[in-house]
Design a protein around this ligand. Structure first.
Ligand code: GLP
Length: 250
C-alpha cells in the first residue's frame, strides 16, 4: 500500500486528481470507477480545472460508479446520477453514454445487480477505482457484515450510514434505507485502487485499512489483499496513523 499525506483540502483534491489524470493520459480508453460523497468533490473540481487549462481528453473514457440509492429518481439532487453529472460529467468532454451508474429505480433489483456486474465485465473491468470510506469502514455501500459480498448487490444501509448521509437530505426520514453497490469482489477486481479520506471521523478506519485485522466487520481492511492500493488522506484522517507509524507515509 502506498500512503500519501495531503495538506488541506485543495492539496488533497489536487493530489488525487493528478493520479486520475495520469491514468487518463496513459490510457485514453480507460475505465474509471468513480465515487460520490463529500470526499471526491475537491478531486472533481481539480479534474475540471485541469480540463479547462490543458484539454485533457475524456472522449473515450468510460466510467462506472460504485453505488446508487434505491428508490430515488435521477432528477433528485441526492441521487448519485445527479451528483456525478453536476460535479463532474457536465464539465468535461466525456460522453454521457459512456457513464454508468446502477439504476436505483429498477423494477427488479436482483436483475439490475446482475446486469451491472456483467456491464463492468463487458467493458473489460475497472482500470482505476476511486473509493471513499464510511466512518464504519464501508467501501461503496458494503456495510460491516459477517461475510464479504462478492458481486453488485442490494444493501440495507446501517443506521450509522443513514445518520452520516442525512446531512445531504432535509430530514433523516428522506434518506433511502437501501442502495445498490458494487460488491467487495467487484471492487477488488479493479486493477488499481485509490482510497481517499478527510476528517477525524475517518481516522480509525484509515488506521484499520492499513494495520487492522482483515475482517468483514471492517470491509475496508480487505484492501490489504489488493496489490495496487494508494491511500490519500489529510492530516485529520491520517492522525491515528501518524501518531506511531510515520514511516508508512510518503
Ligand atoms: C457514502 C458512499 C460511499 C462513500 C461514503 C463516504 O456512504 N456510498 O461510497 O465512500 O459515503 O462519504 P463521504 O465522502 O461524504 O464521507
Amino acid at each position: 500500500m502506498k500512503v500519501i499525506l495531503a495538506t488541506g483540502s485543495k492539496d488533497f483534491g489536487k493530489k488525487t486528481a493528478e493520479l486520475i489524470i495520469e491514468q487518463v493520459k496513459s490510457n485514453p480508453n480507460s475505465v474509471l470507477g468513480l465515487a460520490t460523497g463529500s470526499s471526491p468533490i475537491e478531486t472533481y473540481k481539480s479534474i475540471i480545472e485541469d480540463f479547462k487549462e490543458n484539454n485533457t481528453d475524456y472522449s473515450n473514457i468510460k466510467t462506472v460508479n460504485l453505488d446508487e440509492y434505491c428508490g430515488i429518481d435521477t432528477s433528485n439532487e441526492q441521487s448519485y446520477k445527479y451528483f456525478m453529472d453536476d460535479n463532474l460529467f457536465n464539465h468535461i468532454n466525456i460522453k454521457k453514454d459512456n457513464t454508468f451508474i446502477p439504476n436505483g429505480k429498477a423494477l427488479d433489483m436482483s436483475v439490475e445487480c446482475d446486469r451491472y456486474e456483467e456491464l463492468i465485465k463487458s467493458l473489460g473491468g475497472v482500470d482505476l477505482q476511486l473509493l471513499g470510506i464510511g466512518s464504519n469502514g464501508h467501501i461503496g455501500f458494503n456495510e460491516p457484515n459477517t461475510h464479504f459480498t462478492k458481486k453488485t448487490n442490494c444493501v440495507d444501509l446501517e443506521m450509522e450510514t443513514i445518520e452520516a448521509n442525512s446531512r445531504f437530505f432535509s430530514s433523516i426520514d428522506e434518506v433511502p434505507k437501501q442502495a445498490l453497490s458494487m460488491g467487495i469482489g467487484t471492487i477488488m477486481s479493479a486493477k488499481k485502487i485509490l482510497l481517499i479520506a478527510t476528517g477525524h471521523s475517518k481516522s480509525n478506519m484509515i488506521y484499520e485499512t492499513i494495520f487492522g485485522e482483515v475482517s468483514p466487520k471492517s470491509p475496508c481492511t480487505i484492501l490489504q489483499f489488493h496489490p495496487d492500493v494508494t491511500i490519500i488522506a489529510d492530516e485529520d484522517a491520517m492522525s491515528k496513523v501518524l501518531i506511531n507509524n510515520l514511516d508508512v507515509v510518503n
